[in-house]
Design a protein around this ligand. Structure first.
Ligand SMILES: [Zn+2]
Length: 279
């Protein structure tokens, strides 16, 4: 028995990080530059799925772009950021849309004093859903309440402090951050462009290596989505942090456009078996 403790300690050291908290995933921090981080492979309830996030540092400010699907994910983001913070920074959290996999961790950052920025339609969305969204997801996933608490955490959703109604340039410590209104996946969709490194945090406007999720809208939304991707394609972009998948480049915009065009046409003409949804 005296060997048991060391064995357990070694196991703890070699177990993958996700085994240490079921709601963390396997987060990878990518330093796009000294001040721009992309965090990929945070927990997602879809088996094999991950969700992404961003952290941007300016002189006296830290901007988080989304906060993961769980409080464990948001705590990881905070821990990652706080390793290089002084402790007196202004904190912003930009929510790119209202889906659980991008907002459920928000209270962790709110408690750190984050000012939450989101599309103006998020106000009504959150007013309607914030008290029931966690239980809705638990039921949809077929989980027990206990499992929901274990994985998601408490999930306290609050209304945005500032809203975006159109493309907006945030001036932060003399630097620019472009918040772009990019509807399609949802009506409330935002993307964030950092001109210094030409990084686009695209959120779910762009899916890397997988089909975009179209089920939250209809044909009109997909047409708008394609138009938004066409305008993103014209921008000077070096690296894209998509909502899901790996970091990528503008080739993924073309692939997403091609998929959505095919999907739209198939839907419209009933060639992909989905015509029963058409009207
Ligand atoms: Zn998503």
């Amino acid at each position: 028995m005296k060997f048991l403790v060391p064995v357990i300690m070694i196991l703890n050291m070699i177990l993958p990080i996700q085994a240490q908290h079921p709601g963390l995933g396997n987060p990878q921090v990518h330093h796009i530059s000294e001040d721009i981080y992309a965090v990929t492979s945070l927990y997602h309830s879809h088996p094999g799925g991950w969700t992404n996030s961003g952290i941007i540092f300016t002189e006296n400010t830290v901007v988080f772009i989304d906060c993961g699907m769980t409080e464990a994910s948001a705590r990881f983001l905070w821990k990652t950021a706080s390793q290089r913070m002084q402790g007196n920074e202004t904190i912003y959290l930009i929510l790119t849309h209202g889906h659980s996999d991008h907002i459920f961790g928000m209270n962790v950052l709110k408690e750190k004093g984050a000012t939450v920025i989101a599309h103006h339609l998020m106000v009504d969305f959150l007013k309607q859903s914030r008290d029931t969204y966690k239980s809705f997801m638990i039921e949809r996933l077929g989980w027990s309440d206990e499992k929901g608490d274990d994985i998601f955490g408490a999930v306290v959703l609050s209304l945005p402090d500032q809203v975006i109604t159109q493309d907006t340039i945030l001036a932060i410590d003399g630097e620019e951050l472009h918040v772009l209104v990019t509807p399609g996946h949802t009506e409330t969709q935002l993307a964030v462009y950092e001109p210094g490194t030409r990084t686009l945090f695209a959120s779910d406007a762009i899916y890397e290596g997988m089909d975009p999720t179209t089920r939250f809208g209809g044909p009109q939304d997909w047409r708008i989505w394609i138009k938004q991707l066409e305008r993103l394609k014209k921008m000077d972009i070096e690296v894209i942090c998509p909502g899901h998948g790996y970091l990528c480049n503008t080739d993924e915009i073309d692939r997403n456009i091609a998929y959505l065009r095919g999907y739209y046409n198939g839907y419209q003409y009933g060639t992909d078996g989905t015509e029963e949804h058409w009207h």
